[in-house]
Design a protein around this ligand. Structure first.
Ligand code: GLV
Length: 327
């Protein structure tokens, strides 16, 4: 039997690569930047499997370029909006992802953004480095208290609930909106389901934890940002296009809302001439919410486990399109 051939689109943690090496002949893209789409089209030809990242565009054209022998496409991420899932399902290709293992790490980062935005951690650091710290200032760097404030969580899945758990320690009033109710989590975290407009009107902090879909594209537009309090702080660790960046610029530059803290942008990476980068009331991190040593190891191993199962013709431990097994 010939050893299966796999392409890995970037250097991932060694623990995952090690596992994949036991099962396949793997080629790893060594450049720190992702392979350009045209290069990827060439690289994937005739592969048995692909291990990819959220920075790769995995569309029908690319699936056809791989060829009908492909057994699995395994993504090292929980989100998969870069992959055309219906096209994969139509071709019988199982798609793997890495849910669960990054929940706490991502919720930690959303919490870090929330605290940093409220208490000017990043602005304070910039101020110090610029040589502006001349004295202790009684009215400098004031921000809202987090303790006792109202937090609105949009999308109450694993990560949204993870944020609720952290907020409990800060005696926050918790509101959430989702397309489904979570009665158990409501009890556990003392969270109240409200309609989106109510959440936006009543929250001091609004944190986004939805998937990116047709329904959530530009969910935070001019109208919704206007519903937020002028003192409101928006946190986004979901996907960039859930927020309309032009509307966010208008809201932040006209004091419609007070501050935003983003881990994700539209597009990614953000362009250096994006007007958002001219503002002082925003923190922009480079999509690093799941970046802990332990979590990235777990994600890489989970992606390898999906890859190996697929190569062995077994059901993926975490498959986003299980319909492929219905046939
Ligand atoms: C990160 O954004 C992920 O989807 O894993």
């Amino acid at each position: 039997m010939t050893t299966p051939r796999v392409f890995v689109t970037r250097l991932i943690p060694e623990k995952g690569l090690d596992m994949a090496r036991q099962a396949a002949d793997i080629e790893v893209w060594q450049d720190p930047l992702p392979p350009p789409y045209e290069t990827l089209l060439q690289k994937v030809k005739g592969l048995d499997a692909l291990l990819c990242l959220l920075t790769d565009q995995i569309d029908a054209n690319l699936m056809d370029a791989i060829g009908p022998q492909v057994k699995v496409i395994s993504q090292m991420a929980v989100g998969f909006d870069n992959i055309d899932i219906p096209a994969a399902t139509a071709r019988g290709i199982p798609i793997g992802n890495t849910p669960g293992v990054l929940t706490d790490t991502t919720a930690d980062f959303a919490w870090a953004l929330l605290m940093s935005a409220a208490r000017h951690v990043v602005d304070g650091d910039k101020f110090t480095r610029a040589g502006n710290w001349k004295t202790w200032g009684p009215i400098d760097f004031l921000g809202p208290d987090v303790t006792g404030a109202t937090l609105g969580i949009v999308g109450f899945g694993r990560i949204g609930q993870g944020l609720a758990k952290r907020a409990q320690g800060f005696d926050m009033r918790l509101l959430y909106f989702d397309t489904q109710r979570y009665p158990e989590a409501e009890q556990k975290y003392g969270a109240q389901f409200v309609e989106m407009d109510t959440l936006l009107r009543e929250s001091d902090f609004v944190s986004l934890h939805t998937v990116l879909s047709k329904e959530t594209y530009h969910l935070m537009d001019d109208a919704r940002l206007k519903l937020m309090k002028p003192s409101g702080i928006l946190i986004n660790t979901s996907r960039g296009p859930v927020v309309d960046p032009a509307a966010l610029y208008r809201a932040l530059s006209s004091d419609t809302i007070a501050y935003a803290a983003l881990d994700v942008t539209d597009p990614e990476p953000i362009k250096m001439d994006d007007p958002l980068l001219t503002l002082d009331n925003i923190i922009i991190a480079p999509h690093i919410a799941s970046a802990s040593f332990q979590t990235r190891d777990k994600m890489a191993m989970m992606a390898a486990a999906n890859l190996i199962a697929g190569l062995n013709g077994e059901r993926l431990p975490n498959c986003v399109n299980p319909q492929v097994y219905d046939k």
